[in-house]
Structures are given as C-alpha cells and as structure tokens.
Design a protein around this ligand. Structure first.
Ligand SMILES: [Fe+2]
Length: 191
C-alpha cells in the first residue's frame, strides 16, 4: 500500500514536533502541505490588525486555549469568542480578524479558491470603522501570498495610513495600539 500522505499520525505529537512554527512570529504550519484541502494548525499568541475576506468557508476547531474573531460587518465591528473545544464554521465572505491571546492550538481547514474568486485583506480605522486600505487577489498559497499583501500596507508611511473619513492615522502592524483604540471606542469585550 502506497499512501500519498502517509499513515494516520497523532496530531498532538505533530504539533509538538512543529512547536517552533506554531510560536511567534509565524504561528502557522500546514499539516498536509500537498493535499487538496488547506489544513493548517495555528498557534499563538498572535494579535493582528488585518481583516480577511475569504470567498470560501473556513472551519475552526479550537483544540487548545481560547481565541476570538474581530468581525467587520456592514460598517460595524463585532466579536465572536471561540473557546477551547469549540468548532466553528465561518461563512464565506464574513470579514474576520483572528486574535489569539494564548499559545493555543487551532486546526483551520479551508478550501482552495475557485479561479476568479479573490481573497482580500482589509485594514479599517479603529475609530470610525472606515476602510483605510485593501489588498486583494487570487490566493494560490496561503503562506506565501499573504505576507506580500501585508507589506503593501505596513511599509506605507503614517501619512498614507490616514482614515479618509475621520483623519485618524491607522497604527499599521502595531496591533497593541490599534486593538486598544478599537476596544476603547467600540466598547469591545476583548482588546
Ligand atoms: Fe476613521
């Protein structure tokens, strides 16, 4: 028997072996890099300022630790808590920003993107929730494509990260600053 992806293997042992990749700054490793499904284990702690719009559904299985999603929906921010042990099916195109305060483990299963259905990374004003910058394109490799899109925004000077609506400067990749402002202005449970 020649199994393309090997025999069943213990997932927690795999996570232990890949502990370095599941810790900052990467926090992400493909469980089966060559399979049809996109299956990643996500570690932590990890905070971020980008919001992701995925044209396909995502399954979150929060194995260890708690996490939450910041959501942007029709001009308003909301939050979804994903507790240890929870499974969650994120609908396609729900704009989300995963926040992982703990060195936990989350199994994240996604689908390959159909041709002509681009992903987007959006950055919103922490004060008034207006879109400040968006990068989008056909996603072919989660781990390789996204860092290039991050740089499009994070390399900009402060003057080019100004909210077109209220004039506040977006904190860029400084998640601590952005999340503190977001939590304060919008009275969110988690910063
Ligand atoms: Fe604003």
């Amino acid at each position: 028997m020649n199994l393309q992806y090997g025999l069943p293997a213990n997932l927690m042992a795999w996570a232990e072996q890949n502990h370095d990749k599941l810790s900052p700054p990467v926090c992400n490793a493909a469980v089966f890099p060559d399979g049809d499904y996109i299956i990643n284990m996500v570690g932590g702690p990890n905070y971020r300022t980008d919001f992701h719009c995925n044209p396909t559904e995502e399954i979150f299985y929060q194995i260890k630790g708690n996490a939450h999603l910041n959501i942007w929906d029709r001009g308003k921010f909301e939050q979804i808590l994903i507790k240890e042990g929870d499974i969650f099916l994120l609908p396609a195109n729900l704009i989300h920003s995963p926040q992982r305060p703990e060195p936990g483990l989350c199994l994240l299963i996604e689908k390959p993107r159909p041709e002509g259905h681009p992903d987007a990374l959006n950055w919103y004003c922490a004060n008034c929730a207006t879109l400040v910058f968006s990068a989008s394109g056909q996603l072919t490799n989660l781990v390789e494509n996204l860092p290039a899109w991050y740089q499009l925004f994070y390399q900009k000077p402060d003057a080019e990260r100004v909210c077109p609506s209220c004039g506040e400067v977006h904190a860029g990749k400084d998640a601590q600053t952005w999340l503190a402002r977001f939590k304060d202005v919008h009275q969110m449970a988690y910063g």
